[in-house]
Ligand binder design. Structure first.
Ligand SMILES: [Fe+2]
Ligand SMILES: [Fe+2]
Length: 188
């Protein structure tokens, strides 16, 4: 039989989020480990602690609804986590890697922001005020994390760019030397 109520959709969305958050409790430590910038690493460690809190807020909501939390796989988050893992396999220099990891992490945060916004609105329509406030707390933390990552990206991206330019200059100098060698050989 087709699912006919918003309540059922709400529970499906919550199960999807629960699975997404659980996936993140495994993915965030890997991001922290691969980050070179100390502040970025701290940001991931801090968000890992928040993420465990997000899982337990969802568990509280399932308790209130007398529903089980398990039963859905969040394919969207699975894809984002896989992309992040693929990025971390790339042979980027440390600074460029940090920029790449921030890009992957912000995709995750935006996904969560969209999902919590949807779930919160369903909870509001269903008159589940306590659940609205739990979802709101998590939504705020996702937004703050996204903003923190934007701030860190401003600093880290420009460092990565400067380092890259430095290497290009060195590369040019190296080429200059090679050219000089060739011409001196030719002169000899
Ligand atoms: Fe979260
Ligand atoms: Fe998050």
């Amino acid at each position: 039989m087709a699912k006919g109520s918003l309540q059922e959709l709400y529970i499906d969305e919550l199960r999807d989020l629960y699975n997404a958050e659980t996936q993140l409790t495994k993915a965030l430590p890997k991001m922290a480990k691969n980050a070179s910038n100390a502040e970025l690493r701290q940001a991931f460690e801090e968000h890992l602690r928040q993420t465990s809190e997000h899982v337990s807020r969802l568990e509280q909501i399932f308790d209130m609804l007398e529903e089980k939390a398990a039963g859905k796989k969040c394919l969207g988050m699975e894809g984002l986590v896989k992309e992040g893992a693929e990025t971390m396999q790339e042979d980027y220099d440390d600074l460029v890697m940090d920029s790449a990891i921030i890009g992957a992490a912000q995709r995750v945060e935006h996904y969560e922001i969209a999902a919590y916004g949807t779930a919160k609105e369903f909870a509001r329509l269903l008159g589940e005020d306590e659940q609205v406030s739990l979802l709101e707390q998590t939504l705020e933390e996702e937004k703050q994390t996204d903003e923190r990552l934007t701030q860190l990206a401003e600093e880290i991206n420009s460092e990565a760019q400067e380092a890259g330019e430095g290497r290009e200059e060195e590369g040019e100098k190296g080429e200059g030397k090679r050219r000089a060698k060739t011409s001196s050989r030719r002169a000899a």
